[in-house]
Design a protein around this ligand. Structure first.
Ligand code: BG6
Length: 488
């Protein structure tokens, strides 16, 4: 059992969670810039105007914008073959609908890609990682408007043309299935830039869990996003036929809580809606049959799926299927099961699994299972795990060292599981850990939920000097990559 020779080992970040410089060099406001921090027990809040007294973590994040050279050098020291990052849409089109792109924003990513090239690191670029320009939310209701399809395609093609010789691997939308997780307004806001007018105009902070939502609008906006993604894939292949363009799914693997056939069926239904629906559209190029039953039972009017759109979806299927994998959950028809929550999903608790301090259940075997499941579902499509990691509190010792053996203990069996899946015949092409450097948590807005191999001195009270240091896991991951996954 071993990893293929050109396996893409690396790490993944998102612009809004690491760059900071939220208004620098012409960047416009985007959704994350309106979000305040929370913690494991307190949801994040949203405030549509920037409150001078409030602490918005994305505004400075970890200052990657000014420190990318140092950070990429550290990634290179670990031996990264691949670095997944997002282009922050609002740096390129500050209002989303500007006539011309912002040259300073384009130049920033040129610099980042050049820095990667210096070390032979292949960039993997997410075009939209929960970073919809705020003006698109207020003016167009995000992807609910078909005009946003054109705005996104214009943005994507601008990036494709500019970076066609620097970037080969692309992803259209991060975790496009988040709006299907049944958590209402939060998925709509992060994924689709879709908010109720009353929420947009709110003057008081709103808990993200209290954002209003309407399923009809969710599916309509998601449909527009599918169309935008497919048109982007088509356009990308015309600009450079060598581009490899993927989708990205938040895969929350589910098991039936018991062998009760009712639980099995409930699990099948949930898996279909939450995990399979979006992947099927993007890989197979058509809506799967099961979703129409769901639409019927939820009174969703599907007239937004036009014949022309169906053709576009067929022509714009992705070249690879990528996904995030952190945890699994259970499904049951019983009302009294204990529940656990991810950042934007909920499931019944699995009695066989332990969980992180944020309650995310740790299930490396589930990764092997998921890889096999996906390969069976999409047999011709290469797979890539583009997020996996362990959010934890880290302690800095007096001598500055950080002994994060719990993080290593999380990764080891997950890497074993990928090896097993490769042995099972799964065409897995790469693995990028989430947050190879500490960054702002998307779910809670915390710095304290650390994922990195590299520690960043920055804290939830706004203190810290942003200095970087290597944790024990840094040296461990370096060895993993050096040995191509043999020494774990
Ligand atoms: C994924 C997102 O949902 O999980 C990332 O793509 C996010 O943006 C990651 O940071 C980990 O979640 P969290 O809530 O711990 O930051």
């Amino acid at each position: 059992m071993s990893f293929p020779k050109n396996f893409l080992w690396g790490g993944a970040v998102a612009g809004n969670q690491c760059e900071g410089a939220y208004l620098e060099d012409g960047k416009g406001l985007s959704v994350p810039d309106m979000l305040l921090g929370g913690d494991v027990n307190t949801p994040r809040t949203f405030l549509p105007v920037t409150d001078p007294d409030a602490f918005y973590p994305s505004h400075e994040a970890i200052d990657f914008y000014h420190r990318y050279k140092e950070d990429i050098k550290l990634f290179a020291e670990m031996g990264f073959k691949c670095f997944r990052l997002s282009i922050n849409w609002g740096r390129i089109f500050p209002n989303g609908d500007d006539a011309e792109p912002n040259e300073a924003g384009l130049q920033f990513y040129d610099n980042v890609f050049d820095e990667c090239a210096k070390y032979g690191i292949e960039p993997l670029v997410t075009l939209c990682h929960y970073e919809i320009p705020w003006a698109i939310v207020t003016k167009y209701h995000g992807f609910l408007s078909r005009e946003t399809i054109d705005l996104f395609v214009k943005y994507a093609t601008t990036c494709f043309k500019r970076y066609k010789d620097k970037v080969k691997y692309w992803l259209t939308f991060n975790e496009i299935n988040i709006p299907c997780m049944g958590e209402g307004g939060i998925g709509n806001l992060y994924g689709l830039g879709l908010m109720d007018d009353a929420d947009i105009n709110a003057t008081e902070r709103i808990l993200l869990t209290d954002l209003k939502s309407d399923e009809q609008k969710t599916f309509e906006a998601l449909h527009n996003q599918f169309v935008a993604s497919a048109l982007t894939v088509k356009a990308g292949h015309e600009i450079n036929p060598d581009f490899v363009i993927g989708n990205m799914i938040a895969h929350v693997t589910v098991y039936p809580l018991t062998p009760n056939p009712k639980d099995i069926l409930a699990c099948m239904d949930e898996d279909n809606i939450k995990n399979n629906f979006c992947g099927d559209v993007q890989v197979r190029g058509e809506y799967p049959d099961f979703i129409f039953r769901y639409f019927k039972e939820h009174n969703i009017d599907t007239s937004f799926i036009t014949e022309e759109d169906k053709k576009i979806l067929k022509e714009g299927t992705v070249d690879m299927y990528t996904f995030s994998y952190y945890q699994s959950g259970c499904v049951t028809v019983s009302d009294d099961a204990d529940m656990i929550a991810g950042n934007m999903s909920k499931s019944a608790k699995n009695p066989y699994l332990k969980a992180s301090d944020w309650g995310w259940q740790i299930d490396p075997d589930g990764l092997r299972y998921t890889l096999n499941y996906l390969h069976d579902r999409y047999p011709k499509t290469p797979l890539m795990v583009v997020e996996n990691g362990f959010g934890a509190f880290d302690k800095v010792e007096e001598d500055g060292s950080i002994h994060d053996d719990y993080r290593i203990a999380y990764f080891k069996p997950h890497i074993e599981a990928m090896k097993e899946a490769i042995e099972d015949g799964v065409p897995l092409i790469g693995f990028t850990t989430w947050g190879p450097i500490d960054l702002v948590s998307a779910g809670t807005g915390q710095y304290a939920k650390r994922y990195g191999f590299i520690y960043v001195d920055r804290h939830d009270d706004g203190t810290g000097d942003f200095s970087r240091s290597r944790k024990d896991s840094f040296y461990w991951y370096k060895k993993v990559i050096e040995s191509n996954g043999e020494e774990i």
